[in-house]
Design a protein around this ligand. Structure first.
Ligand SMILES: O=C(O)CCC(=O)C(=O)O
Ligand SMILES: [Fe+2]
Length: 213
């Protein structure tokens, strides 16, 4: 068992053991499963690539952010998770971006989350399920990074100002690992152009992340 002490730096806090066993089981059964997620596109520089992981998204109204399939309605399990994390930390969320890391080779490249996509003063919460993986955080353009081990049922709280000064990534692993799911809970600004219609979304400014190699 990891310690349940908060691990904290400026603008980033990790809290272990936030999600209870019963809800954790329900979320893992539902979403720690590859065929519940899709391939999405990310921008690296000006080029589109398949993201090196699977994704899906959930929100109050269907939203089509750049590169992503339209979001789906909250499942009862994800609504419970949203409310649990919201009440525990006094936060509001209207959007969940799920990342599924199928094996050790899946990762998220260095990036800052787009602060302007979110409501001012909101906080991003990353909830982890399944295998323990490593989040690295560094001041933009510098080495070295601080590494956080994210275990099942832990929550990372990240501020928006941190996104202006620091970038983060979810590292690939050298050794085999089981699947990991992250649910990133966000309070985003709902711009009219995000409202999903029956057409593919190819907008340049909606993607939550733009990654670097
Ligand atoms: O999976 C994670 O823990 C991080 C994902 C992330 O940085 C993102 O979705 O913006
Ligand atoms: Fe991110």
């Amino acid at each position: 068992m990891e310690s349940s002490d908060p691990r904290e730096t400026d603008g980033l806090t990790v809290v272990d053991n936030v999600v209870g066993t019963a809800l954790g089981v329900r979320i893992r059964e539902q979403l720690l499963v590859a065929d519940r997620h899709q391939h999405s596109e990310i921008l690296i520089g000006s080029h589109r690539h398949l993201a090196p992981r699977l994704t899906s998204s959930f929100s109050d109204v269907p939203l089509a952010l750049d590169g992503m399939a339209p979001s789906r309605p909250w499942t009862p399990e994800l609504a419970d998770l949203r409310d649990l994390v919201g009440v525990r930390f006094g936060l509001t969320f209207n959007y969940a971006l799920a990342n599924l890391y199928r094996d050790r080779a899946d990762f998220t490249g260095w990036h800052c989350d787009k602060a302007w996509l979110h409501e001012p003063d909101s906080t991003i919460a990353i909830v982890s399920f399944g295998a323990t993986r490593t989040l690295a955080v560094r001041a933009v353009g510098t080495e070295p990074a601080v590494r956080y081990r994210l275990s099942d049922s832990s929550v990372v709280l990240m501020s928006l100002p941190l996104q202006n000064t620091h970038e983060h990534c979810l590292l690939a692993e050298a050794e085999d690992v089981d699947m990991r799911l992250s649910i990133t809970l966000r309070h985003i600004r709902i711009l009219p152009e995000y409202l999903a219609e029956d057409r593919p979304s190819r907008r340049n400014h909606g993607a939550v992340t733009t990654e670097r190699e």
